[in-house]
Design a protein around this ligand. Structure first.
Ligand code: ADP
Ligand code: ZN
Ligand code: ZN
Length: 739
């Protein structure tokens, strides 16, 4: 007898592991990896469906307790089979439920998904229709007459035309269908998000640097189709042109490409470049699409109607028949990490999919993530640099404005005198200005506005957060201290949290520059359909002189006439309680700086900061990635954070705080028991940065240590422990694994 491990696709968490079923002799030849089977389940032996993950000769439990598969339903398509294998890997790598992993890679098909086009057709020969028409006329059935007259002329009419222009009700149409005089045909139309208007686009010839980059990767692909590369190229160096060149080669070989782009950075221009280059055999998915709309695009991909899929994280699971390349643009972006279980990272999953399907993976960024850079420097991925801007634009001049010593105290609380002067002269020259308020994370951190000292945890080297009860708390280890009355560094009484927003910046700017036209882009003004696009195109069309905004204004958009970029509070993002704070800050500042002076006139970037000496600020101002990498890596090595060491987070949530705290302590005790004297640190349990959301309390534990494989093994033991303990049944647990 042979046995099959079947993934039962039921949502109940306890049922999540694969179940073993016997394969009856008559199905022996049909049951293999990837087929969908039916089998009895539970006490009632209700028939359920599941995927066969693997087939073995050895039963895991007593053979007489194993039920048999009752039927084979269908095979998964080859694409689906490969994606199922990817789901199994995701489950093992990130510790989610198998059902959640399967849902991630094979999104559930919604019944109502397809939008159908209905056409009303004449179902009888014309002469017969004429006779019926006469009868209708004699009965004064004017609606029926209108419809029949029109159909005798046209034979086929869109349903909407009948109900619209002809004013025929659905009831009348139904009546004629019943009399079999007409019928309704349904054709499924794929919703194509591509604009079909004509567009013109000049094609470019790769410059020498780009040519070399493309050739290097193409050559590697010949001997190793699943090779991996990181293209580190300054903004505007023409990475997108290189991607398109690589994709063109892949498509020529009859293979397909996936291009991941952080949604916020996908511009209309970029999209048009792809449409032009690949004859429209390109599709895009984005988060505002319904599940059905996404499914349509995935179906087109599976049917071979597409060569290129562009989209955010989830586009990674496009079921292409013969995937040749995965490009991840702006690979350092946070949006590539899923916030829900499974908490996967698109870069890692792309590598895995590349290996499974023999596809090349190309990462691109001006400011690569520490993980990608580390891998590029220590083997595993090839590294290519593009150091020149492709067009005629030059990098802007950068100036750091030191806010310490009460620079802001006089006059404006937001704009330094230097920045105000620069704004005035830009306005005089009729040039455009962008003001970027760095408000990443949230504003609980405490900084001395006299000397710039930030309150940090002595054990974890991340910022402490001020709680409502006046205590400073570390969100990694739970360390707590009283909020001091004076700055421990300089003794001044100016310790404060920063809680101002873009609206305050806007009103200050309007007061100071009453004649300037000001636009603001943040979550509020960007809401609604195309809200963000409206603001950005208004600014691009010179309907305003100054654009004030959050992260949204620094990503991907080109404004050639912006000559001044003011970064208002560069260090706010240094003080979020996250070991990646320095990396995020460097990336944001570098990106923001890249926004100014793109048209060849040069430009000025002013970085206002309380921490002018911090290497993230200094290196961003100097646009020096390598210097930043070296210093940041030193910090990661010293403190054991990824990519130097591995980190596993156990996120737990529950509406009952007491119960959650108890469970957290049990987890800690369990981990202490299994880890004993292995070099792994257990941090927490401690409140998450946002300790309660919608009345559900949230806490986390962290495992920090050198060896990723070992941490994953520990996580496996923890999963089993949690599974067999009733006490955890009403606690939601997700794992997050880095390296
Ligand atoms: P990146 O993706 O690195 O930011 P892009 O590929 O978007 O850079 O290129 C930036 C700009 O330079 C685009 O307007 C692009 O059309 C132009 N460009 C890129 N490569 C070339 C080239 N070889 N010749 C002329 N213009 C180029
Ligand atoms: Zn101080
Ligand atoms: Zn700490």
């Amino acid at each position: 007898m042979r046995y099959a491990d079947v993934a039962v696709d039921i949502t109940a968490k306890a049922l999540d592991r694969p179940f073993q079923y016997g394969i009856p002799a008559e199905l022996e030849n049909e049951v293999e990896e990837g087929v969908v089977v039916e089998a009895p389940f539970g006490n009632g032996n209700r028939i359920i469906r599941g995927y066969v993950l693997s087939v073995t000769d050895s039963p895991r439990i007593a053979a007489d307790k194993i039920k048999n598969i009752t039927a084979v339903v269908t095979r998964l398509s080859d694409e689906e089979q490969r994606l199922t294998a990817l789901a199994v890997w995701i489950r093992d790598r990130y510790g989610s439920s198998l059902a959640a992993a399967l849902r991630t890679v094979l999104p559930a098909r919604k019944k109502t998904a397809a939008r159908q086009k209905r056409v009303v057709c004449l179902a009888v020969p014309r002469d017969e229709a004429e006779r019926e028409l006469d009868v209708m006329r004699s009965h004064h059935q004017s609606a029926r007459v209108r419809l029949m007259e029109a159909l005798i002329q046209e034979e086929r009419l869109p349903y909407e035309v009948c109900t619209g222009k002809l004013h025929v009700t659905a009831a009348v149409i139904r009546a004629l269908v019943q009399k079999q005089l007409i019928r309704i045909e349904r054709t499924r139309v794929f919703r194509n998000p591509a604009p079909d208007e004509a567009f013109s686009h000049r094609s470019v010839e790769l410059n020498e640097e780009q040519r070399r980059a493309a050739d290097c990767i193409l050559k590697a692909m010949e001997s190793k189709p699943d090779c991996r590369f990181l293209i580190q190229g300054v903004t505007g160096s023409g990475k997108t042109e290189v991607y398109m060149e690589l994709i063109a080669h892949v498509v020529d070989k009859g293979k397909q490409a996936i291009v991941l782009i952080p949604e916020i950075a996908l511009t209309y221009q970029t999209l048009m470049r792809f449409y032009h280059r690949f004859d429209g055999r390109v599709s895009v998915i984005h988060s505002r699409m319904s599940a059905g709309e996404k499914q349509d695009q995935f179906d087109r991909a599976a049917q071979g109607d597409l060569d290129v899929m562009i989209g955010p994280r989830s586009a990674l699971f496009t079921p292409f028949p013969n995937l040749g390349i995965i490009v991840i643009d702006e690979e350092h972006e946070e949006s590539y990490r899923s916030e829900q279980s499974p908490r996967y990272h698109a870069r890692e999953v792309a590598f895995r999919r590349g290996t499974l399907e023999g596809a090349c993976v190309v990462l691109g960024s001006a400011t690569p993530s520490m993980e990608a850079s580390y891998a590029a420097r220590n083997g595993g991925i090839g590294m290519i640099r593009l150091d020149k801007r492709a067009g005629d634009s030059v990098l802007p001049e950068t100036r750091i404005v030191d806010l310490r010593g009460g620079t802001l105290a006089s006059g404006s609380l937001i704009l330094s005198g230097e920045l105000q002067d620069a704004m005035r002269s830009a306005l005089d020259r009729r040039e455009q200005i962008m003001l970027f308020l760095n408000r990443r994370g949230y504003s609980g951190s405490v900084i001395c506005s006299s000397c710039g000292h930030a309150m940090r945890c002595p054990h974890c080297d991340v910022s402490l957060t001020l709680h409502r009860d006046g205590k400073l708390v570390c969100h990694y280890c739970g360390y707590t201290e009283d909020m001091p009355g004076k700055c421990p560094e300089c003794g001044s009484g100016y310790l404060r949290t920063f809680r101002f927003g873009t609206e305050q910046v806007e009103s200050t700017v309007k007061q100071m520059f009453p004649d300037a036209r000001v636009l603001r882009l943040d979550r509020d003004t960007a809401s609604g359909k195309d809200g963000e696009l409206k603001v950005l195109s208004a600014f691009a069309g010179h309907e305003a002189d100054i654009l004030i905004g959050t992260q949204m204004i620094v990503k991907g958009h080109d404004f050639p006439d912006v000559t001044l970029m003011g970064i208002l509070m560069a260090d706010l993002s240094l003080n979020v309680p996250d070991y990646r704070a320095g990396e995020r800050t460097f990336q944001l500042l570098t990106q923001a700086a890249g926004r100014a002076g793109r048209s060849g006139t040069g430009g000025l970037v002013m970085i206002q900061t309380y921490m002018p000496e911090h290497y993230a600020v200094k290196c961003a101002a100097a646009q020096d990635y390598d210097a930043f990498y070296e210093q940041e890596m030193e910090f990661r090595r010293d403190s054991g954070y990824p990519p130097s060491g591995s980190l596993t987070a156990v996120h737990m949530s529950c509406p009952d705080k007491e119960h959650l705290d108890l469970a957290g302590n049990y987890v800690r005790k369990f981990l202490q028991r299994v880890i004993r004297d292995a070099p792994v640190a257990i941090l927490g349990p401690t409140d998450e940065p946002v300790a309660r959301i919608a009345d559900v309390w949230r806490t986390a534990l962290y495992l920090k240590g050198g060896d990723g494989a070992y941490l994953r093994r520990i996580r496996g033991w923890l999963e089993k422990y949690i599974e067999i303990n009733e006490g955890f049944s009403n606690i939601e647990i997700t794992y997050e694994t880095t390296i």
